[in-house]
Structure formats: structure tokens, C-alpha cells
Design a protein around this ligand. Structure first.
Ligand code: 56B
Length: 340
């Protein structure tokens, strides 16, 4: 296999050659200014991750195994029609999408099921997984078979090679995010999120990067969550952030692509248009970050603000979650995949 471009190199290469997705300079400038104001006002910080009621609050191995379990299943929650949506009730709240996965995991733990322990999920049965992920509706989370095999693969490797916890994978990487990224993507097949574009092998590594970002967020950059090179990560190329990209005027889709998305046409994993949406997401966040850093440099009070692709990504993702109504006419791309 030809040399694999890093996610950042992949983002630039794809954006430079993209046909159906254009990145708009003025959208970049405007969004950087909006995010900067939000960071400046303290409304948006890296602490948002931990403030969510479903995310772990402790900074220990239990939290690490929770995060790795969730991120091993953190993909493809969209359903082909709204009435088929599954949802999970937990502590008097109803959750959908990514949050329904988190709610289901916490519900299972409350029920005494050690769902996040690799020694448990390495041999989990489909029946047990269906019970853990059960929905209020008759619908199940998509790709259950793939979720089961991801868990069997990850559980087996962690028990046999890392003494039963993902914490030992982190400990083997001398606080380097890059080393941990390389370990995760070379050890767990389900995290090998790469594609071919214009003859080159590009990497998006969405779940491998978000698991590191989630641990960094949960540990507030300390202890096992301290990564001296955390800024080497890019954003996490999923199907939700592109909605924000269109909303903020950063992305302009060709009419051909927009018609395809609006007609709910499935795009297969690795297809050119899918890779362009994901690669341009990565590059657009890099361009926003570059502007953000310039704004912070000019503002003495903000010169020490924590600014990286993670913060920009979380802002855009959380914005899409809290502005569903405003974004309801912006279609997501529908690719059924285990990678995001
Ligand atoms: N780029 C990016 N993609 C993210 C997340 C998250 C979890 N974010 C929380 C954790 C920390 C942040 O502060 C957020 O509170 C999930 N996803 C992806 O979204 C999709 C699910 O969407 P929906 O069907 O609407 O739930 C699916 O591909 C999933 O893999 C993120 O942060 N960034």
C-alpha cells in the first residue's frame, strides 16, 4: 500500500482537488470570529465535554474504559427515515444519536452489567448487546453485527495484549497523541479509517482521534490525559459537522451533490463525494484554527487560550446539536459505515 498521508495532509490534498465541495474564505473568517467571541466570553471552553451529564466525571481507568467502549461504537446513528429513529430513556431524559449510546451504556452500568470492561465485551453475545442498546421504539441502532464484531476484536486485543484496559495503551505512548494515534490505528482494525483519493491513500482516522480527544477532555489535559502534542490532532470527520459547515457558509456543495443529499441518496464509503466532504471538513477546521490563532494573538487577554482543532470541532458539533431546527433543511450525507 502506498504511503498513508496524515489526516492534516489528507485534508489539504482533498481540499486542493475537491470538485463537489468548495471551502469559502469568507465563511472561514466569519466563523473564526464567532468562535473567538464564544471562547473570549468563556461560553465555550474545553471543559464543555465534561459538563455533559452523560460523560464520565472521574479521571481514572473506569473513565478511560468507558470512553474507549463508547468510541468503539461511536458511528452511524442516522436512520433512513425519521420515524425509524431509535431512542433511549435514562434518568427521565430521552436521548437520540450519539447521546443514546452514552445513555444506554450508563443504564447498563446502573443495571450491574460491566459493559465497559474488555473482559466482558470480548465475548458479549448479540442478545446481551441488544439488551444494552435497547430503544424505546421498535428500532435498533444500525449496524449491530458490526458493533458486535468491533467489541469482540477490541476486547480480545485489550485482554490479551494490554492487561485488560485501554489505559495501558495510553501508558505505552509516553504522553504522545501521535504515538497513541499510531498504536490505535495499527492495532484495532475497526479504527483504520482510510480511503483512496486521486491515487493517494488518505487517512481520516475519525474515531481514533476522537478517543484521544475525549480522554484529553475528560482528564482536563492532566495525568493519562496529558498529551504534549495534542495539537497534532485534526477535527473528527463525521456526518454532523458538515451541516454546521454549510450553515456557517464555509461549505458550498455543487448543485449535483446537494440534489443527491436532499434526495437521501446513499453515498458509499470511500466514494469521491464522501471523501471530499470529510477531507474538506478537516481542512476547513485547520483554516478556521489559523484565523482563530491570529485573533488570539492580537488580543492580550486571550493569548493563552487553548485553541486547537478539538475545540473548533466540538464547537461546530455542539452547535449542530443545539440548532437542529435551524439546520433541518441542510441534509447530512448518508454513508453506512463503521468509521464515523
Ligand atoms: N466531529 C465530531 N463528531 C462527533 C462528536 C461526537 C460526540 N461529541 C460530544 C463529545 C464531546 C463534544 O463536546 C460533544 O459533546 C459524536 N460525533 C459523531 O457525530 C455523529 C453522531 O451525530 P448524531 O447522530 O447527531 O448523534 C456520529 O458520526 C458520531 O461519530 C464530536 O464531538 N465531534
Amino acid at each position: 500500500m502506498s504511503e498513508i498521508l496524515t489526516p492534516r495532509e489528507s485534508g489539504k490534498f482533498i481540499a486542493d482537488n475537491s470538485i463537489d465541495v468548495k471551502i469559502k474564505r469568507d465563511g472561514i473568517e466569519k466563523t473564526a470570529a464567532i468562535i473567538f467571541e464564544s471562547v473570549k466570553s468563556g461560553k465555550f471552553t474545553g471543559k464543555n465535554w465534561k459538563s455533559h451529564e452523560l460523560h464520565p466525571k472521574s479521571m481514572d481507568n473506569k473513565a478511560i474504559d468507558w470512553i474507549f467502549f463508547v468510541d468503539t461504537l461511536n458511528f452511524s446513528f442516522w436512520t433512513d427515515s425519521d420515524e425509524n429513529y431509535f431512542n433511549v430513556s435514562y434518568k427521565d431524559q430521552v436521548y437520540t444519536g450519539y447521546w443514546s449510546l452514552c445513555a444506554a451504556v450508563n443504564r447498563a452500568l446502573d443495571e450491574g452489567i460491566p459493559i465497559t470492561s474488555p473482559s466482558f465485551y470480548k465475548t458479549i453475545t448479540m442478545e446481551q448487546l441488544e439488551k444494552v442498546l435497547r430503544s424505546n421504539t421498535k428500532c435498533t441502532m444500525p449496524l449491530l453485527e458490526e458493533r458486535l464484531s468491533n467489541l469482540h476484536e477490541a476486547g480480545k486485543i485489550l485482554v490479551e495484549n494490554f492487561d485488560g484496559s485501554f489505559a495501558n495503551c495510553i501508558a505505552a505512548c509516553q504522553n504522545s497523541a501521535l504515538k497513541l494515534l499510531q498504536l490505535v490505528t495499527s492495532t484495532f482494525r475497526s479504527y483504520q479509517d482510510i480511503a483512496t483519493y486521486e491515487g493517494k491513500t488518505v487517512s481520516l482516522y475519525k474515531r481514533a482521534q476522537i478517543v484521544i480527544a475525549d480522554i484529553w477532555s475528560c482528564f482536563e489535559g492532566q495525568g493519562l490525559g496529558h498529551f504534549h502534542d495534542i495539537d497534532c490532532l485534526t477535527m473528527f470527520a463525521d456526518y454532523r459537522v458538515p451541516q454546521s459547515m454549510v450553515y456557517f457558509g464555509i461549505f458550498e456543495y455543487s448543485s449535483h451533490l446537494m440534489e443527491k443529499l436532499k434526495s437521501n441518496t446513499l453515498i458509499s464509503s470511500g466514494e469521491r463525494q464522501e471523501v471530499e466532504i470529510r477531507g474538506c471538513s478537516i481542512w476547513a477546521v485547520e483554516l478556521i484554527l489559523e484565523k482563530l490563532k491570529l485573533l488570539a494573538k492580537k488580543d492580550p487577554l486571550q493569548k493563552d487560550a487553548i485553541l486547537n482543532a478539538i475545540i473548533v470541532d466540538f464547537y461546530l458539533w455542539d452547535y449542530a446539536q443545539s440548532h437542529r431546527q435551524q439546520m433541518k433543511d441542510i441534509p447530512i450525507h448518508k454513508t453506512r459505515t463503521i468509521y464515523y
